[in-house]
Design a protein around this ligand. Sequence first.
Ligand code: PEP
Ligand code: CO
Length: 454
Amino acid sequence: MTSQATKTAEQVFAELDAYRVLDAKQQPSWPDQAAASAASASLATQPPLVFAGEADQLRERLAAAAQGKAFLLQGGDCAETFDAATADKIRDRVKTMLQMAVVLTYGASMPVIKVGRMAGQFAKPRSSDTETREGVTLPAYRGDIVNGYDFTPESRTPNPERLVQGYHVSASTLNLIRAFTQGGFADLRQVHEWNKGFVSNPARSRYESLAAEIDRALKFMDACGVDHSALTQTEFYVSHEALLLDYERPLTRIDSRTGNLYDTSGHMLWIGERTRDIDGAHVEFLSHVQNPIGVKLGPTTKVDDALRLIDKLDPERTPGRLTFITRMGAGKIRDVLPGLLEGVRDAGATPLWVTDPMHGNGITTANGYKSRRFDDVMDELMGFFEAHRAVGTFPGGIHVELTGDDVTECLGGSENIDEEALENRYESLCDPRLNHMQSLELAFQVAQELKQTR
Ligand code: PEP
Ligand code: CO
């Protein structure tokens, strides 16, 4: 992360392009190469979606979390879709995140850093390159930024025009997020308003009581003459898996202040469990940009893997630069995580540790749905806090797949969603998400755990 100011732009980009000769997993093969080059050229002329200074500010916030002084809440869809980028759905996801953040901030008396899996979470890694239905084999769906979900040859053929469309949908999503979070909607005095419009449920009532307490505290501060201007806006950052290099590369730009590279497609980018090979293209690519970087770590991760990732992605140990997002599975986290935490701590590194309690807990139900049990998600969360308590490291955040909608995709929760209920409202094209109520329930639990950690 040294200053690149003495290098020419050509030299800086030549170093970045070292990734091109390495193995890049999970990339589509565009049938029309000329169209792919045209899409790339078009993206390269578009304005940045985020600014370098914003990414730096997020890095500072994450540094506080790595030191135990803040907590990261990262959440959103498994896969955003172009069709679902509507004002209502975006608003409800933002509202859900704001509600969860209030529950956590108030419950744990700790600043909460809000980062959406939003405005760019369009590309998905798949276990197979193809999908076969009734004897017909077509390319697998890789997310709206690559191909369509409909099972026809036209829709499933990777289409690079989708790269440009993905950029524009991200831009309009981000614009709305910025308007919501900076235009008064996120004012803490709106704490009751965020709860409106959702179906009534026990978590909502519990939230309502907490909102009433906050209201009273605000009125008290008003009466004392405290200036509330800091409460009128909130910081909200966006992130996605930096999977599709034909999207990330043209949006990577040199910051005119410092001469350094930033991937301007999002504030924070992460590398998935399937693409985190130390010698692969994704790790190489992201080692050259200054954004905060996350890496997913599954249950087979060895201490040495983590240390090599630290050396490659964060050689100068810049606070807030590197976040490890563990996704071990409820049955494995208590065995695997403590050793990893110890090994990294003993090597003198202090990455931010975050739990993704979703991706290690997938099941397929008897009636054929990809689902997750709310209890397993909670169990992995508990295991995460236990492991950190045992080792003496800080459990710095959660990474969850959620929606503000009242979907039925994950089993359980206090609504007791059962297998049959999955048929009512299962909308995800990819992994199952916590619905509004399950998200709030989870936030209350995490606040409880965090209180004990402090
Ligand atoms: C995801 O976050 O949607 C994902 C695919 O996760 P992982 O890389 O951890 O499997
Ligand atoms: Co997912």
